[in-house]
Design a protein around this ligand. Structure first.
Ligand code: MEV
Length: 387
């Protein structure tokens, strides 16, 4: 689907069929439904499937391209907050984003390495050979332009060593590929180090695969310089205080996870990587930076983002396929940039509200709506003799 614009004034006021028509998505209730037979092939002990609301974040523009962003989430106000903030960012030109090459880390752990310096020398001297072994273990990926990108040797002390194999996974999230690679070349690495082979597994701290998104919002769009300065001050609390940083980053992940769930991604991996990255200097801090300069508020979010547009659930789950089609992304990197943009948008909305009117005003309005819906459902069940 080609999206001409993601700016759809009054989208939230439309009835559901009108919304579908407006963004040209299928008119059935849930064309993305997961058939039970498919569910049974995806995991073990299946007894059913589980649904969430699927919404659309409007107003998102990333690197000059408009995106209608599907989000699957149970919490009220996340979609409204992301759409509202994306509208402000759009007025400042939209999100600017970029990303590292999609390089994943496969870890090969070694124990009882008696001479760590000799192990390092042997492994580094044999890197090309190890790389050839890696590429043999992922020939399909090499054919698509990915594969071996190098290694890192890390001394963990007390005879423990870990070797990082760096692998460009192109549009795959890459967990299966790098696990296979680590198992294929692990023995050889242990022999070279004259140590015992430990575990072989990807690292979810995918810090070679970072995404970065920025936004510039002129003062007048925010409602004045004073509000911009409140947001800057709110961000500072999260830089200094891990208790606040945890909540601040949870707000960012509200948006990111909702995109990832809608698109069939391993959001637990992205969550784990995000929080570890937030603590990379030894203190857990906010993943964003908001600063005031040159008549505008400037926001920046940087985090590891291991996502894929091929393989995994994206290959089989009808809902994930539909979401990716709605988004119109052509690569895993583009998906990462859009997800990060929604994360930054949610953070902007939250910090703006928290440092001005408070969060409860907007939250409660939307919360009341779901309380009313729950009460109506209970009533209907009672009338139907179901409760
Ligand atoms: C609630 O889901 C998210 C917030 O707590 C985020 C934040 O405090 O920045 C509102």
């Amino acid at each position: 689907m080609t999206v001409m614009t993601s700016r759809i004034p009054g989208f939230h006021n439309l009835e559901i069929p009108e919304r579908r028509e407006r963004i040209e998505v299928a008119t059935e209730d849930n064309p993305g439904r997961l058939p039970i037979e498919l569910a049974n092939q995806m995991i073990e002990n299946v007894v059913g499937t589980y649904e969430l609301p699927l919404g659309v974040v409007t107003n998102v523009r990333v690197n000059g391209v408009d995106r209608l962003v599907p989000v699957a989430v149970e919490e009220p106000s996340i979609v409204a907050a992301a759409s509202f903030a994306s509208k402000m960012v759009r007025a400042g030109g939209g999100f600017r984003a970029w990303a590292d090459d999609p390089v994943m880390i496969a870890q090969v752990f070694l124990e009882d390495v008696a001479d760590v310096d000799a192990a390092r020398t042997a492994i580094e001297a044999t890197a090309d050979d190890i790389g050839a072994g890696v590429d043999r273990a992922c020939a399909g990926l090499v054919a698509r332009g990915g594969g071996w990108r190098g290694l890192e040797f890390r001394d963990l002390g007390d005879g423990l060593v870990v070797v990082h194999l760096l692998v460009d996974c192109r549009d795959a999230m890459g967990a299966n590929i790098v696990n296979t690679i680590a198992e294929a070349v692990g023995e050889r690495i242990a022999e070279l180090a004259q140590g015992h082979l430990g575990m072989r597994i990807l690292s979810n701290l995918a810090d070679k695969r970072r995404v970065c998104v920025e936004a510039t919002i002129p003062f007048e769009v925010l409602g004045g310089e004073a509000i911009a300065r409140r947001i800057e001050a709110g961000d500072r609390f999260a830089h200094r205080d891990p208790y606040r940083a945890t909540t601040h980053n949870k707000g960012i992940m509200n948006g990111i996870d909702a995109v990832l769930v809608a698109c069939g991604q391993d959001w637990r991996g992205v969550e784990a990587g995000a929080h570890a990255y937030a603590a990379r200097d030894g203190q857990y801090r906010s993943l964003t930076t908001w600063t005031v300069r040159d008549g505008a508020l400037h926001g920046r979010l940087e985090l590891p983002m291991a996502v894929g547009t091929v393989g995994g659930a994206t290959r089989i789950h009808p809902g994930a396929k539909r979401s990716l089609a709605m988004l119109g992304v052509e690569s895993a990197t583009e998906l990462a940039m859009v997800a990060a943009a929604v994360g930054l948008a949610n953070n902007l909305s939250a910090v703006k509200a928290l440092m001005t009117v408070g969060i409860q005003e907007g939250h409660m309005r939307l919360h009341e709506r779901s309380v009313r819906a729950a009460a109506a459902a209970r009533e209907a069940a009672l009338e139907g003799g179901l409760a």
